[in-house]
Design a binder for this molecule. Structure first.
Ligand code: ATP
Ligand code: LTN
Length: 347
């Protein structure tokens, strides 16, 4: 770890200087994690983790911007942590933490609220989309949903993260984080590291299986839209076979055919094969053969992850990982918070 501060000790004012550049990213425990979250986020984290000093978060405080059942939230928080580990996040290289276990997130969130103009938040497309789903009814949309990107900025800035590996839908929130950090630094002097989004060229926007014009999402109402990473094999196979495709036959990467293009993209990211190699493999075969091969591939990847997740959850290992994660994260976050407070005259 980059800091020498012992867990529980008073945070020191020194800026933590990690030997490797920092990364920070997170996922909400608000629904079942799906293949889009895996391909757009977790798989990339696993691939990048050797080069960086990583903090991967389960952002429970973001989940409660919309109503959550308490028991389900508790269960999903543990399951998501188990999924991170089972998918390959190595706690020797990366810290896994629950956002709500480190109070500095909420505290810096409040402070940054006070330097973030309302106008910046009003331009966030995710807020516009999510509030449109509620009929733009201001009585039903929480202030937390509006304010959500400021808490995300606090998450990232607390760890002096240089890189934020996310899916394409989070690009605007990382840009906002940069604006907030720059504004803080202008107002109070160089204090915060200005981060950058890291977005893959392929797989950063996996589309739904039923409606391939919409992002695969856990808050979608269409039952076959997402492949849940914990779904059972029968459900996964059925949903892949039923995925919406056009009436063509050729298995080719053609962006004007969004259904088959999306399935091929999933195949590409999961297999690591090149597009020409994939097209050659399915030359002369129909959509049915391709879908069967895709379902096999998805199951080859997800089945061991599901088994390992189950072990981590039943053994209680995941709870130890999260306890240790909070202990490692708290001093790093605490040091940044203290720097911010000193700069503003709050400490
Ligand atoms: P919701 O749609 O309910 O807001 P979500 O399904 O987008 O949730 P998040 O927790 O918001 O899930 O996303 C976690 C990470 O996964 C983010 O980095 C996000 O960009 C990425 N991600 C989510 N969905 C996709 C997708 N369909 N394709 C690629 N990346 C995705
Ligand atoms: N807003 C993100 C989740 C998120 C996040 C973060 C991602 C919260 N804090 C910090 C990266 C870094 C989402 O909706 N997927």
């Amino acid at each position: 770890m980059a800091t020498t501060t012992a867990p529980g000790a008073a945070p020191q004012e020194v800026r933590p200087r990690p030997a490797r550049p920092r990364t920070f990213s997170g996922i909400k425990p608000s629904g079942e994690p799906h293949l889009g979250t895996y391909l757009g986020a977790v798989k990339r984290w696993v691939e990048m983790q050797d080069e960086y000093d990583n903090f991967f978060c389960i952002v429970d405080l973001h989940a409660v911007t919309v109503p959550q059942d308490p028991a389900a939230l508790r269960r999903r928080t543990r399951e998501l942590a188990a999924f991170y580990v089972a998918a390959g996040i190595d706690t020797a290289k990366s810290t896994i933490l629950v956002q709500g276990h480190v109070p500095a997130h909420a505290e810096l969130g409040w402070i940054l609220n006070c330097i973030t103009p309302m106008g910046w938040l009003e331009r966030m497309t995710q807020f516009k989309d999510k509030s449109a789903k509620e009929g733009d009814n201001r009585e039903r949309i929480s202030a937390g949903l509006f304010d959500y990107p400021v808490l995300m900025a606090a998450d990232i800035l607390l760890y002096d993260a240089r890189y934020v590996p996310v899916g394409d839908d989070q690009r605007q929130h990382v840009e906002l984080t940069r604006d907030i950090a720059e504004r803080f630094n202008r107002l109070y002097g160089e204090t915060l590291v200005v981060p950058e989004a890291v977005i893959a060229e392929t797989g950063a926007r996996i589309m739904g299986l039923e409606d391939p014009t919409q992002k695969m999402s856990k808050s979608e109402d269409l039952p076959g839209q997402a492949i849940g990473v914990f779904d059972n094999p029968g459900v996964i196979r059925r949903n892949v076979m039923r995925a919406t495709t056009d009436s063509g036959r050729e298995v080719r990467f053609d962006p004007s055919r969004p259904g088959i293009y999306n399935l091929l993209t999933i195949y590409e990211v999961l297999s690591g094969e090149s597009r020409p190699a994939i097209e050659a493999r399915f030359e002369g075969k129909g959509y049915g053969d391709f879908k069967r091969a895709l379902a096999d591939l998805v199951l080859d990847v997800l089945t061991p992850i599901q088994e390992r997740s189950r072990q981590l959850l039943t053994s209680g290992e995941v709870d130890d990982i999260l306890r240790q994660g909070a202990e490692r994260a708290a001093p790093v976050a605490g040091a940044t918070l203290l720097r911010v407070k000193r700069a503003m005259g709050l400490a």
